[in-house]
Design a protein around this ligand. Structure first.
Ligand code: 3PG
Length: 218
C-alpha cells in the first residue's frame, strides 16, 4: 500500500521519540521544528490545543515535506479530517474514538489512539491501531503497566506519553512493547519564550541518545 501513512509508523519506531508541541505562538513553528530536526528528530506531534494549530500542521508539512508532521489532541472527526486535509502524516488522540480511527484509517493515515486500561488497549488494537498512546503514562502506572500488559496483550505497541522526561525515558525505551516515547519535555515553554532554539536541539539529541542506549545501540 502507498499513501500518506507509508513508512510513517516504521520511521516513528526507528526514531523512538515523538516531541509533543503546543504552539501557543504559531510563528515559532518553523524555527522550533527546524531545531528539533537539527537535533536529529524530524518528527513532531502538533497538539490542537492552541488557536491556529490546524494551520500550523499545514505550514510545517509544506515547509518540511520529508519530515513526519502529525497532529495531536484530535478529538473529533472534523479535526481529524482537517489535519489530514492539511497533510498530517499521523493523528494522535488522548482517547480511543472509533469514528476518528475509522476516518484516519480509511485515508491510510496512521492513527495513534489513547488508552490506559487493558480493555481500551484491546479496543484500540482491534480497531486497527498499529501504535497505541499509553496516556497519561506516569499517573496510570508508568512502565509497570506496560510490563504487565505485554503478556496478555502481545499485539499492542505503545507510545507512552504523559510525564516522560530525560530522567525516566530510558526505562520506557528499553521495554520491548514500546515503539516510541512521546512528550513535551524537549520543547520547554521557557525555551520557546526566550527563543532558545539551541536548547531544543540539545534536548532532542539527548533524547535520541538515551533511547539508543536503552535499546542497546548507544
Ligand atoms: C500530550 O499532549 O500528549 C501530553 O500532554 C504530553 O504530556 P507531557 O507534557 O507530560 O509530556
Amino acid at each position: 500500500m502507498t499513501g500518506p501513512g507509508t513508512g510513517t509508523v516504521a520511521t516513528i519506531a526507528d526514531l523512538g521519540v515523538v516531541p509533543v508541541v503546543t504552539f501557543t505562538d504559531p510563528a515559532l513553528a518553523e524555527p522550533v521544528f527546524e531545531a528539533l530536526c537539527s537535533g536529529g528528530l524530524p518528527v513532531v506531534e502538533v497538539t490542537l490545543r492552541a488557536p491556529g494549530a490546524i494551520d500550523v500542521v499545514g505550514r510545517l508539512v509544506d515547509a518540511f515535506p520529508d519530515a513526519i508532521v502529525g497532529a495531536g489532541t484530535v478529538l473529533s472527526v472534523e479535526d481529524a479530517t482537517a489535519v489530514m486535509d492539511n497533510g498530517a502524516r499521523f493523528v494522535v488522540s488522548p482517547l480511543t474514538d472509533p469514528a476518528v480511527m475509522a476516518t484516519c484509517l480509511r485515508r491510510g493515515v496512521p492513527v495513534v489512539p489513547g488508552a490506559c486500561t487493558p480493555t481500551e488497549v484491546h479496543k484500540a488494537t482491534e480497531a486497527g491501531a498499529e501504535l497505541v498512546k499509553f496516556f497519561p503514562a506516569e499517573p496510570m502506572g508508568g512502565r509497570r503497566f506496560l510490563q504487565a500488559v505485554a503478556g496478555p496483550l502481545p499485539a499492542a505497541r505503545f507510545v507512552p506519553t504523559g510525564g516522560l522526561n530525560a530522567g525516566n525515558l530510558a526505562g520506557y525505551a528499553a521495554l520491548p512493547n514500546v515503539a516510541a516515547c512521546g512528550g513535551s519535555w524537549m520543547v520547554p515553554s521557557s525555551a520557546l519564550a526566550e527563543r532558545r532554539y539551541g536548547d531544543v536541539s540539545k534536548l532532542a539529541a539527548e533524547a535520541l541518545a538515551i533511547v539508543a542506549q536503552a535499546r542497546g545501540r548507544g
